[in-house]
Design a protein around this ligand. Structure first.
Ligand code: AVJ
Length: 309
């Protein structure tokens, strides 16, 4: 963690890894974001899962579901019930860095359905998925919520390749991806999703500094930073920043003091947006092939099912 902070704050565009958003408070704030009127991705994806994807899953009849970045696993229930109509014994392996949150949702799922074999994996989703060898197949891998958007293209392809390496012939990969502005989707709609009127996204963004102060021993002054989020059209991504209102000095335990100038920002998140050619190309680079594709009627969001090449 200290190494990440030290490295990130020494870059010309200061940055911090977005995985540090998700302490318990951060995970709760993210849950609140998913229910905001401006934040369309969650409800759009949920709609697509129910209307389109569940029939794909039923057809495939997977025995196991590996969910990368499972969070509260709320949308997972749609996939699990689609699986149930195909097989009687189901295994669910949620993978997430947010350990407490993962344990909580695991308990809930076990209580709801004692026949479900839940095998939580507390780890970074970019790590090797070596636990998959023990799961009954076929395995459905899922990366929902446009979590892939947090990775720049090269890293995203690496993540996809990592999933691909864990896959066998009949396994499938389900990807949810937020789309770029287009004919029907405006930049305003996209930017509003990251600048909600209740300030929940701002609180989520600032919470990272609180988490770092507590867990890494830094001394960021939370009151001195302001939330900023905008669409970078050239790069095809939303960027979230924390802008220093005035000059700051931040102590990094064992790493000295870093100066932040008035008006300077720390980038806390990239949320990359896609279109079909881009996603197809990225999947192909990871030796995955698109077998199904769908979007909502407003062209906001896409779901893709891919198989190993
Ligand atoms: C969980 C990475 C998909 O990029 O939309 C929501 C995180 N950040 N609001 C996203 C997020 C600000 C979210 N992802």
């Amino acid at each position: 963690m200290l190494e990440d902070i030290r490295w990130g704050l020494s870059q010309s565009q200061k940055q911090l890894p977005s995985k540090y958003f998700y302490d318990t408070r951060g995970s709760e704030l993210f849950e609140a974001i998913t229910e905001l009127p401006e934040y369309y991705p969650t409800r759009t994806e949920t709609g697509l899962l129910k209307a389109r994807v569940s029939s794909w899953v039923t057809e495939m009849a997977p025995a196991s579901l590996v969910e990368l970045g499972a969070g509260s696993a709320r949308k997972t229930r749609i996939l699990l019930s689609a699986m149930a109509s195909g097989t009687s014994e189901r295994t669910y392996a949620p993978v997430d860095v947010a350990g407490d949150f993962l344990r909580m949702s695991t308990e809930l799922l076990r209580a709801e359905d004692p026949s479900l074999d839940v095998r939580p994996q507390v780890r970074d989703i970019t790590w090797v998925l070596d636990f998959v060898v023990d799961l009954p197949g076929p395995v459905l891998f899922a990366l929902l919520g446009s979590t892939i958007g947090n990775f720049e293209e090269k890293a995203a392809i690496k993540l996809l390749s990592n999933v691909r390496s864990a896959m066998e012939g009949r396994d499938l990969f389900l990807l949810g991806a937020d789309l770029r502005p287009g004919e029907k989707k405006s930049i305003e709609c996209l930017e509003a999703a990251y600048n909600d009127s209740q300030g929940i996204t701002a609180a989520f963004n600032l919470n990272m500094l609180g988490a770092l102060n507590r867990d890494a021993g830094t001394n960021f002054d939370l009151a001195a930073f302001r939330h900023k989020a905008f669409y970078n059209e050239k790069a095809g991504r939303i960027e979230m920043h924390l802008v220093a209102e005035d000059a700051q000095e931040v102590r990094i335990p064992g790493g000295g003091v870093v100066g932040i100038a008035a008006g300077e920002s720390i980038r806390t998140e990239l949320s990359c947006k896609y279109d079909k050619p881009l996603l197809t190309r990225m999947l192909e680079s990871a030796r995955l092939e698109v077998v199904k594709w769908c979007t909502d009627e407003d062209g906001l969001y896409a779901m893709i099912l891919a198989s190993p090449v």
